[in-house]
Design a protein. Structure first.
Length: 93
């Protein structure tokens, strides 16, 4: 059972923008570079890296996407009260 997750994300204001970025990732563009360029979250300076977190530390929609995926997955767009997230799961333990 997964107890904590390490993830990076890109936060944008619209589902359309999120889908455009997902398409760029699918074509092989670097996630961290896209985060630095497009994310509205302060984590963009670290390529979107949020580090490790456990259950109950993130909003439910974001947490569910992270804990239901597996390491290496890029999931999204995930809508939360903050906007639309593209999430890269970088580790689970």
């Amino acid at each position: 059972m997964v107890k904590s997750v390490s993830a990076s994300h890109i936060l944008v204001g619209s589902e359309k923008d999120a889908q455009k970025i997902m398409d760029r990732i699918a074509k092989g563009e670097d996630f961290a570079e896209l985060a630095k360029r497009f994310s509205k979250c302060p984590s963009k300076s670290k390529g979107g890296n949020l580090g490790w977190f456990g259950k109950g530390q993130m909003v439910p929609e974001f947490e569910q996407a992270c804990f239901n995926g597996k390491t290496g997955d890029v999931v999204g767009p995930v809508k939360t009260e903050f906007g639309y997230h593209i999430i890269k799961i970088t580790g689970q333990k």
